[in-house]
Design a protein around this ligand. Structure first.
Ligand SMILES: [Zn+2]
Length: 204
């Protein structure tokens, strides 16, 4: 068996990036080696540091370098509210609205049976555990489902509502001020803030 050269190895490694086929991987490898060796070094170092230092926050599942991220440990956040979003970018969008002061849970994806992503792959039992451990402070806690308004995002919200039914919390879904098929990342923060304010309780 012939061992691939370092060049071939680099090209095939670059193909782990989403949307990168053999041609673009080849272009990237040539660019890094021919035109930007310093950039390539920086990339290699940044990748290595990110891989060894960034983990998931044990509370919200977002990327974090600490066991519990700054947002989860902030005393300024309202622990009675837990907003469930698909991706870290959606959390940032919610933060930009500046009208949400609760906590989050980041799914790191959505249910997508066609891609083989089910409840197990999303580790939804972590969300259930999180809701279960929730500090209630004597008041009714609320879980706000802010998954995207795509078919898969809606299906995920529906599944979560059913899953959380037995957890003794109010479950709501952000309002349809967002366009059908809309992704949180693509709407302006005013629209998202409105959708959050007009959220409705989910009765499953
Ligand atoms: Zn966190």
């Amino acid at each position: 068996m012939v061992t691939p050269s370092h060049l071939e190895d680099l090209i095939s490694a670059l193909r782990c990036l989403p949307g990168v086929g053999p041609k673009s991987a080849q272009r990237m490898a040539y660019h890094l080696l021919q035109r930007d060796r310093a950039g390539a070094q920086h990339l290699a170092k940044a990748l290595e540091l990110a891989i060894s230092n960034i983990h998931h926050c044990s509370k919200c599942n977002n990327f974090s370098e600490q066991e519990v991220c700054d947002l989860c440990s902030s005393p300024k956040r309202d622990a009675g509210l837990l907003c469930v979003v698909e991706m870290p970018a959606d959390l940032l969008m919610m933060e930009q609205t500046q009208c949400y002061k609760g906590l989050y849970f980041v799914l790191m994806g959505r249910l997508s049976p066609l891609d083989g992503i089910g409840a197990k792959e999303l580790k939804l039992e972590r969300l259930v555990r999180r809701v279960h451990e929730y500090p209630h402070d004597g008041k009714m806690a609320e879980v706000i489902l802010a998954t995207n308004f795509t078919v898969e995002g809606d299906a995920t919200a529906h599944y979560l509502a059913t899953l959380l039914q037995s957890q003794n919390v109010k479950v709501s879904r952000i309002a349809r001020g967002l366009p059908v098929g809309g992704e949180l990342e693509q709407v302006d923060s005013g629209t998202l803030a409105q959708a959050l304010l007009e959220r409705r309780e989910v009765i499953s």
